[in-house]
Design a protein around this ligand. Structure first.
Ligand SMILES: [Fe+2]
Length: 234
């Protein structure tokens, strides 16, 4: 049965194609909701880069490590290991830091606090080591990050930065990589001991990360709204 709703209703087999469709629709709606970079104040642009950095710099490798610990299939293990290898060998957290530093957007205490609640939720979700849900979350995050890079790069450019290694490296559209990731998901789903349970709340991690991304973009989790003129105050 076709439905125009974006709500995903898992079938008994929860086919990978339907999962990919839902993940892509969540990515699409998130990207279309982004405020235009030129409409943001300098402080708002700085905040987005800083909160993104506060989340990604110290957590991405940790999340990937959680994924590696959770999965059982060779296909998923190989895919995650490839990712971890690149992260460490090419020092992606350093790339991230250089990006934030050049855009004068190194995270402050307030930036860290603005993402704390939903970041904690993602950490606890990863800690439950639920293999299928984690691989679905990975697929969502990788697809999102890749398509978010031009936006992040534009924010940095408007802040006067020319340091784009991070966004260049992560903005590459790798169709093979995505296909392999979904093949890994399929392999992991075949090994899942409780396929029905796995299909329930299949997008739990996706929803948690979406909330975290919304904090990054709009600082909705911030304890206080920063007035637009705050950056002019010495
Ligand atoms: Fe990376």
């Amino acid at each position: 049965m076709m439905t125009s709703s974006t709500t995903y209703v898992p079938s008994s087999q929860a086919p990978v194609q339907a999962i990919q469709q839902h993940v892509d629709s969540v990515i699409d709606s998130l990207l279309t909701s982004l405020p235009r970079p030129e409409r943001l104040s300098a402080e708002e642009r700085r905040g987005v880069i800083a909160r993104y950095t506060a989340v990604l710099e110290g957590n991405f490798i940790y999340w990937m490590t959680g994924a590696w610990l959770a999965v059982k299939s060779e296909a998923a293990r190989a895919k995650i290991m490839e990712n971890l290898f690149e992260e460490v060998r090419d020092a992606h957290p350093l790339m991230m830091r250089k990006f934030a530093t050049a855009a004068r957007a190194v995270p402050t205490d307030a930036d860290a606090l603005a993402v704390q609640k939903n970041l904690t939720a993602v950490r606890l979700f990863i800690g439950r080591l639920s293999a299928v849900r984690i691989v679905v979350t990975m697929a969502f995050f990788e697809g999102l990050i890749q398509r978010f890079m031009p936006y992040l790069a534009e924010l940095a450019r408007l802040q006067g930065s020319e340091e784009m290694e991070y966004t260049d490296v992560h903005g590459v559209c790798d169709v093979t990589h995505t296909a392999e990731l979904y093949r890994a998901l399929e392999a992991e789903m075949m090994l899942a001991s409780e396929p029905a349970a796995a299909a329930k709340n299949l997008f739990e991690g996706v929803e948690l990360l979406r909330a975290l991304l919304m904090d990054i973009v709009a600082a909705s989790g911030a304890p206080a709204v920063i007035a637009p003129a705050a950056d002019a105050v010495a």
